[in-house]
Design a protein. Structure first.
Length: 134
């Protein structure tokens, strides 16, 4: 592989990782990814409830508006999620695995994640507890 091809491949990979971390940079988007991971691959999840952090009270109408105008369009543009307005649902998009792998890796390494990033995150708390009980 020539230098130009290596540079182009490097740029493409950097862009893909930037897209993944941008998608995961907001709580509602992380919750959608987690909810889709919890559901069978061909299932739809209900919104806005599955985009809310269960530990934090959320105004459902505000969340719905944020999902419609910000979070879902971004996830759809990146092909991580497909969604519909009526009924208000989401499903895994064609590139879902690219974003899901980060959440899966965090779960797998839950025991190694700093406590400050685990407490209050139900999924990581659960994973850490299961690891300790094994």
């Amino acid at each position: 592989m020539g230098l130009d091809a290596r540079i182009e491949n490097g740029r493409r990979v950097i862009e893909k990782w930037d897209r993944v971390f941008t998608a995961l940079s907001a709580e509602p988007r992380r919750q959608i990814v987690v909810s889709l991971l919890d559901a069978p691959p061909d299932r739809l999840i209900s919104l806005p409830e599955r985009a809310a952090n269960p530990n934090v009270p959320t105004d459902p109408e505000r969340l719905r508006c944020d999902l419609l105008h910000t979070h879902l369009p971004m996830l759809a543009d990146l092909e991580f999620v497909d969604w519909e307005r009526e009924p208000f649902v989401a499903s895994r998009g064609p590139q879902f695995d690219e974003v899901a792998v980060v959440i899966d890796a965090l779960q797998t390494a839950a025991d190694d994640v700093p406590e400050s990033l685990v407490i209050g995150c139900q999924r990581l708390e659960r994973e850490r507890e299961e690891e300790r009980n094994d």
